[in-house]
Ligand binder design. Sequence first.
Ligand code: TYM
Length: 343
Amino acid sequence: MKRIFSGIQPSGGVTLGNYLGAIRNWARLQHEGFHCIYCMVDLHAVTVWQEPALLADQTRQVTAALVASGIDPKVSVVFHQSAVPAHAQLAWIFNCVVRLGWMNRMAQFKEKAGKDREKASLGLYAYPALQAADVLLYHATHVPVGEDQKQHVELMRDIGNKFNHDFGVDFFPPPEAMIFGGATRVMSLRDATKKMSKSDPSDMSRINMTDDADAIALKIRKAKTDPEPLPGPDVVGPDGGVKPDVEAARPEAFNLVRIFATLADRPVADVLGEFEGQGFGRFKPALADLAIDKLGAINAEMRRLLDDPAEIDRVLADGAEKARGIADPILAETYRIVGFLKA
Ligand code: TYM
C-alpha cells in the first residue's frame, strides 16, 4: 500500500508557503489512492524556544488550517507528535544509527543555528533523525514536502538503509520525496533570497492563513518588486519554470508570478501571457484579488473551527489513537530487531 506521512511545525501561524508548498497538496493526495498521515510536529517545534502558553494554541491553529484546507480527519490520520511516544523512542535508535558526519552536512542546522552554533540545542542538531523516525515509524512510502525538506528526506533513506544493513534486515522501506510543481519554494515578500517563513521577524514578509482581506491586500501592495513590466511566456524554459538567468535578475517579481500561477492552478507561461508588458501596478491588485478569493474561504472555516477548541482536541486525540495503532507494532518489531528484551 502507498502510505504518505508529512509534518508541519506548530511554531507559529501557517503561512502561504506552507499552504502552497505542502498543505494544498496533502489535501489532494487523500483522493489519489494514498493512506495519508499528517502530523503537527510539536517535538520538532521545541528544538528552538517555544512559549509554553502559546504552543498548545499554535498546535490547534495548525490543525484547524489543515482541516479548513480540506484534510478530512475521517479519511486521514491527523494528530500531534507528542501524543505518540514511539516517535521519540524510534528517534533514539536512529540517533545511534546516524553518523555525525551525515548530520554535519544538514543545511537546516547551519541556517537555524546561525553563527553561534555552541548555543543551539542538541535537539536542533538531532532534528533530522527525529524526522526520519516520523516517516519510517509508519513505513511510509511517500513524503510530500516543499523543496526545503528534500535533504531531510534523502537522509531518511540513508538512515533506513543503514539500519537495514547494520541489522541484516529488510525492514524500513526507503521513502520518496514528492515535490509538486508550482510554488515549491515560496519566498519572502520583502527579500526573495529568503523563504517565506513563520519565524521571520517581519510579519510583512509573509501571508498568514489567518490574515484578513485587508492584511493580504496590504502585504501584496507593499511586497518588494521592481519598476519593469512583466516579460512574456518566452522566458519560460522547457521544464515550465522561468529560465534561471532571467529569474536571478528579478527574483521578487517571479516569486509573485509563481504565487499567482499556483493559486490559480495555471502554468507560469499562461500567467505571463496574460500580463505581458504590464507593470506591478496592474499585476499586484490582480494577485491580491486572487489570494483573497482563494484564502478567504479557508480563513473563515479556520475561524469557525478555532471557536471550538474542544472539537479540535477531539480530532487530535482520535488521530493519535489511530497513529499509535500503526506505530506501536513497528516500534515493537524495531526493538526486537535491535535485541531489546521485551518490556
Ligand atoms: P515546516 O513546518 O517548516 O513546513 C511544513 C511544510 O511546508 C513547506 N514549506 C514551504 N513550501 C514552500 N515554500 C515555503 N516558503 C515553505 N515553507 C514551508 C515545507 O517544505 C514543509 O513541507 N521538518 C519539517 C517538518 C517535519 C516533517 C516530518 C516533514 C517533521 N517531520 C516528516 C515531512 C516528514 C518542517 O520544518 O516543516
